[in-house]
Ligand binder design. Structure first.
Ligand code: SAH
Length: 205
């Protein structure tokens, strides 16, 4: 997976590659998908949600440009796989999931695997998680119509926000950087994510 899917496509951050070698992706997918846990595609994780393709998880992580000590916020815990990768390349990871059973399952799984620096809560992530802000990096793993304003407010100076922006059906992976007096936006690639549902996301289905 690391050689064929990540390095070959240009992922070069050694910390990110090391994280992918260490985190057991097969522990994050339902039993019936065990054989394809390391495949080059997203997989269903229940509740109509998916864990992203390994390359997309790697690309989003690399875009945050972390050095190891940062505090990061993830919106959309899902299986907890992205959170586990982040936990290897950042200091503390806060992650919000709106579907309670997924949040609970991820929490148990990450505890079993021994992660101590991942903190999960159930709720609407479009409101951010003010208590632990400011964040050095924010990663939104669901498709948003626009950047929720509160997430801007919870970014520290020099922080990066990685978010798929577009319609419910296709998006552009976008990196937003906050500098002292300006916001910079960089478009990375086309992508497809499940919708971000909530107050500052798409309406409930
Ligand atoms: N990062 C996950 C995959 C996420 S799929 C992983 O590694 O497995 C996107 C997730 O975002 C879904 O679980 C979905 O329920 C969640 N989600 C959608 N809208 C949300 C919101 N407003 N707040 C928190 N989570 C949300």
């Amino acid at each position: 997976m690391v050689q064929d899917q990540l390095i070959r496509r240009g992922i070069s951050d050694e910390k990110v590659l090391k994280a992918f070698r260490e985190v057991p992706r097969h522990k994050f997918v339902p039993e019936k998908y065990l054989d394809s846990a390391y495949g080059d595609f997203p997989l269903p994780i229940g509740e109509g949600q998916t864990v992203s393709q390994p390359y997309m998880v790697a690309l989003m992580t690399e875009c945050l440009e972390l050095s190891g000590k940062e505090t990061v916020l993830e919106i959309g815990t899902g299986s907890g796989y992205q959170a586990a990768i982040l936990a290897k390349v950042a200091g503390e990871v806060y992650s919000i999931e709106r579907i309670a059973p997924l949040a609970r399952q991820a929490q148990l799984r990450l505890k079993d695997l021994g992660y101590r620096n991942i903190h999960i809560k159930t709720g609407d992530g479009t409101m951010g998680w003010k208590e632990f802000a400011p964040y050095d990096g924010i990663i939104v793993t669901a498709a948003a119509p626009s950047v929720p304003e509160v997430l801007f407010e919870q970014m520290g100076l020099q922080a990066k926000l990685v978010i798929p922006l577009g319609t419910r059906f296709s998006q552009i992976l976008t990196v937003v950087s906050k500098h002292r007096d300006k916001i910079e936006t960089k478009e990375i690639c086309a992508c497809v994510f499940v919708p971000l549902l909530g107050k500052y996301g798409w309406g409930q289905e």
